[in-house]
Design a protein around this ligand. Structure first.
Ligand SMILES: Nc1ncnc2c1ncn2[C@@H]1O[C@H](COP(=O)(O)OP(=O)(O)OP(=O)(O)O)[C@@H](O)[C@H]1O
Length: 644
């Protein structure tokens, strides 16, 4: 026994100690000799554990020094920069054998050109994947080919190698979340940062920035992969006076560093709430997208009535909105209608939660969420509980301690009077903007926006050269040119004026001439049957005549009559009730006044002249002469009408 103990004590076979201990015990069952043995074993175990930890610590230290690592969670915008990079990088693509495919249908505008050839117009896509970040395009399908989980992809950037792995294990050593781990072999962590900057720049390197719109996931309290939309051009939003510029200026100022500092130094929460209210289809949502496009902000759409939503989830969603973003709550009056107390109006038809102007994102990162959603949709949408958001929950989320600062909160409503007074309290939606039915200056601007002069300018010379050879320049110009010809801006302006007259004065040119002193700001409508039209309805009318400004102008009266007869316009306010303004300021529509006799005559004459020009260009021989004579007759007739 003694020799055995000696062997144990001085022998170097420490890992055989436990088995030796057991065999020693079983043979001798001597507790005197067991105690020191056990103490030694425990001490040895402790030393081994410490050693192991030490090695692990050293290893992670070395790893950190040698391999700077970035972890990017799925709900972070940078996640999309990286997927886009991988999808676009041929070197990365060459390493992908098993892959994840994420596709989207392109919304190609198939249209016929003048020569009857079918062409594919601008490809607008639904979802995050656009032409700019796709790795796979076939027919009208656009997709991204991405590596599977745990598969490391090597990327070369600026002379450095980086390894990108998509994982769903511990995120940054803390919790489990779908993320990218980006590693590099370099002593400088700047390599990672430079790569992220490059990925971001590549993502946004487009002629026109796309707008990213985020929706809440239905199950988890996080944001979905954003839907990408073409940016809304600022000029395409038509509001009276300088209203939109004022809003823009206000938001720009709010987001400036100076303002941020000002709020911080005074301890005032840096947030701003806007309420866009008024007629349906008057441009409330459009203005939100245009502002976001102009200032390169992302939009986070919150729908408190979305199924599965509760106070905690909503509060987290607010918190997770990054600074310098727009948080949008649409139709806020429908969520907590006045008089319904704290009870939320559950979004039954809107189980998708993102109905209306917005669509669900369907990006590749939806993985678990989309699988669960699909399973649920098989079983029926009502598997998700109705929203339990309370008014106090919403108010807390808006201005509670946890709410995100530096964000623009915009709510829209068609019925501001139905809003719960708590929502209207100072500090929540301080700036209120009223949107009314279309007024003449807007109608005219919309018309001119629809028909830019250069698309209707006559060709310099459409006849082929004498030698019979085809004039290639002319034929190039013919391609995509409109058949309607407008010679100059004045003519176009006159058509626009006639269009406006047609809408806002039903009796046509004759009575218009009599009423020429009337103007937009009159408190009484120009006619008892005066239409109260939204910009959306004017837009859909012009869309019916999108290639023919002349007929848009000519038949508008017919359309207005039909609209009035069908009583389509069920609007309750008068066009005379023009109350615009930021913070209640009245903005008059003084940039447009109804036309004088002379102007009307020139409108009508101009229409006749355009007809004449058209007649001269069309047909040949006798037919041409007939058309021209008819047009001249039209001019005379119109002139007589005006004179009388
Ligand atoms: N002021 C405007 N300028 C340009 N286009 C407009 C304007 N108002 C509406 N439109 C057009 O009409 C359509 C609907 O507009 P939008 O969704 O912004 O209206 P809304 O006021 O938000 O309506 P709702 O209250 O019903 O949600 C859009 O396609 C937009 O292009």
């Amino acid at each position: 026994m003694a020799s055995y103990l000696h062997a144990l004590t001085y022998g170097d076979d420490v890992f055989g100690l436990p088995s030796k201990l057991i065999s020693s015990l079983s043979r001798h069952q001597n507790m005197d000799s067991f105690a020191p043995l056990a103490i030694r074993a425990i001490a040895l175990g402790a030393i081994l554990t410490v050693l192991k930890r030490f090695i692990k610590y050293g290893q992670s230290k070395i790893n950190r020094i040698l391999f700077p690592t970035a972890y990017i969670a799925v709900n972070d915008p940078a996640f999309h920069w990286i997927t886009s990079w991988i999808a676009q990088d041929p070197y990365a693509q060459s390493q992908i054998h098993d892959f994840q495919l994420s596709t989207t249908e392109s919304r190609s505008l198939r249209k016929k050109n003048n020569q009857g050839v079918l062409t594919v117009g601008d490809t607008k896509t639904k979802g995050t994947i656009g032409e700019h970040n796709a790795s796979w395009k076939m027919n009208e399908i656009i997709g991204q080919i991405l590596p599977t989980y745990q598969h490391s992809i090597r990327i070369k950037h600026d002379g450095n190698y980086l390894w990108v792995t998509r994982r769903i294990t511990g995120f940054a050593g803390v919790r489990q979340i779908d993320h990218f781990r980006v590693r590099t072999i370099a002593f400088r962590p700047q390599v990672l940062r430079q790569f992220l900057v490059a990925a971001r720049n590549a993502f946004f390197a487009k002629e026109e920035r796309e707008l990213l719109i985020f929706h809440a996931k239905r199950i988890q309290s996080t944001w979905q992969v954003p839907v990408s939309r073409p940016a809304r051009p600022w000029s395409s939003v038509i509001l009276p006076g300088d209203l939109k510029d004022e809003v823009l200026k206000d938001i720009e100022k709010f987001l400036s560093d100076k303002e941020t500092h000002w709020y911080a130094s005074r301890g005032i929460p840096h947030r701003r709430g806007y309420l866009f209210h008024g007629a349906p289809g008057s441009g409330k949502t459009t203005l939100v997208t245009a502002i976001a496009s102009k200032l390169a902000l992302d939009i986070y759409v919150i729908n408190p009535a979305q199924r599965g939503m509760d106070d905690a989830k909503m509060s987290k969603l607010f918190r997770d909105c990054p600074a310098r973003s727009v948080i949008l709550i649409e139709d806020i009056d429908c969520i907590f209608p006045r008089g319904r107390g704290n009870r939320i109006q559950s979004d039954d038809q809107g189980d998708n939660g993102d109905d209306g102007a917005w669509e669900d994102g369907d990006g590749m990162a939806e993985n678990n969420e989309s699988v669960i959603s699909n399973m649920m949709s098989l079983g029926g949408k009502h598997n998700l509980a109705p929203s339990t958001v309370t008014m106090s929950g919403l108010l807390n989320a808006i201005d509670g301690v946890s709410s995100q600062e530096g964000c623009i909160l915009i709510a829209t409503t068609n019925h501001p009077n139905r809003l719960d007074p708590a929502l209207s309290r100072a500090g929540r939606f301080d700036i209120r903007l009223e949107f009314t039915w279309a007024i003449p200056s807007q109608a005219k601007a919309l018309y001119l926006h629809f028909y830019p002069l250069d698309e209707f300018q006559p060709f310099p010379n459409t006849s082929p050269p004498d030698d019979g050879r085809e004039d290639t320049k002319t034929s190039e110009k013919l391609f995509g040119q409109s058949e309607v010809v407008i010679s100059n801006q004045k003519e176009l302006d006159n058509l626009a004026d006639a269009f406006v007259e047609g809408i806002f004065n039903l009796s046509g040119c004759k009575s218009l001439a009599l009423n020429s002193s009337a103007n937009d700001n009159s408190q009484t409508p120009a006619s008892p049957t005066h239409p109260k039209l939204s910009m959306a309805s004017l837009q859909s009318y012009l869309l019916q005549h999108k290639e023919d400004p002349i007929s848009a102008s000519e038949v508008v009266k017919e359309w207005i009559k039909q609209e009035s007869n069908a009583n389509v316009s069920h609007h309750s306010t008068n066009v005379g009730e023009i109350k615009w303004g930021l913070r209640g300021r009245q903005v008059e529509d003084d940039d447009y006044t109804l036309t004088s006799n002379q102007k009307v005559r020139s409108v009508c004459k101009s229409q006749g002249k355009v007809k004449l020009k058209k007649a001269e260009q069309e047909g040949s021989g006798e037919k041409k002469a007939q058309n021209a004579a008819a047009a001249v007759g039209d001019i005379a007739e119109i002139e007589n009408l005006v004179e009388s």
